[in-house]
Design a protein around this ligand. Sequence first.
Ligand SMILES: [Zn+2]
Length: 461
Amino acid sequence: MRYLAPAAAIAAALAAPAPLAAQQAAPLDAAALRDAALEDELAWEITEGITTEIGPRLAGTEVEAKARRWSVDKLTSLGFSNVRIEPFDMPVWVRGEERGAIVDPFPQQLYLTALGNSGATPAGGLVGEVAYFPTLADLEAAPEGSLKGRIAFVSHAMTRTQDGSSYGYFGRVRRAGPNLAARKGAAAIVIRSIGTDSHRNPHTGSTNFDEGVKPIPAAALAIPDAEQLERVLKRGKPVRMKLLLTPRQVGIRQSGNVIAEVPGSDPSAGIVLVACHLDSWDLGTGAFDDAAGCGIVAAAAKRVMDAGRPRRTIRILWAGAEEVGIFGGRAYFEAHRGERHDAAGESDFGADRIWRVQTGLAGTAQPVAARLAAALAPLGIAAGSGRAGGGADVAAIVRAGAPGIDLAQDGTRYFDLHHTPDDTLDKIDRVQLRQNVAAWTATLAIVANAPEEIRQNPAAQ
Ligand SMILES: [Zn+2]
């Protein structure tokens, strides 16, 4: 534990004097704002609105453009300043038909879905013998050319964890497996879905092929179907599968970031950036991933805005095209790297309760970190000892020197829903959603209004 300040010091820190550098800034009572946010309705209203009025919003498509227009209207009507779209171009992949089946020795249908950037099978599908690899390392060890004409099947042992840490490691099966199988001559690849549920819902997600490697058809099997295929393989007879996938690359299209601001009172201070992503995968309505995140950060910023002008500008980034390669985060970084960012964070891990806070605040800003820890503790949030990375869409800004703020959400059931048709509004727990808003409200009130220097290396920025 990092913040073992005595109770009296925490109380004194919470009652910090008004900002030194910003006479016009209204003193923000973080504890009162936090408690009021436990009654929040706005985060739900935004999440419900995006998922109902837009639905699935694959990056670079017309429906994502519609989501941006919806967002500009919404953020403008809420009273934010400088609401705008910052467009950028990106390559777009769209799903086609998708079917799979075991042909021999026990014919039956398998539930699967194409991975983003998957190649297509011939129009009539393809049939091949299954080459089974229990892990990605087993596929890596397969000799070059040994998969000629075969369908590689890679499994893994992803498990349920509170912090989602299993995703980084086992997610490589999806991210790297198809490229590897293609290089070894496979006709196609199927993987066990990167997920933790037991439903016949396959989990999509992006994969990538190296320059010069021809994309092969690549699909994720629903977890019960992957387990079924493993049982069939264990009978020891050759197993043949049929696969039909007809996705296609449609070329360069426009996506964009939606930005809105709460202008700060101190022109010498920097920006506090809070992000989510507006695009979603195409199978569900992207409630958990990530309409809820957009609802949470906007509701928190609105509460701080309504309470009085903060010292630092709070900038909301509803990023486009995160799922398919963090194109929005990259475009934001290119456009705004020259501006001074004092802190950056993102809400993009569902809508279940926040359990840990970690920051990258400077050593000299430890009183700010202590105020933050004290304000979040009543919500059941403990200060961790790690350093914040900030989240996918703000990671580049954090790597460039802005302190990250991580409010870690409980990911225990996140990978039951992630990138499946089951990522829908009914999965959002409204009580936990409000706890998220309360935590971000207190965080923005404290960080955006802190009189202290909070950057690690102010001279470098
Ligand atoms: Zn996401």
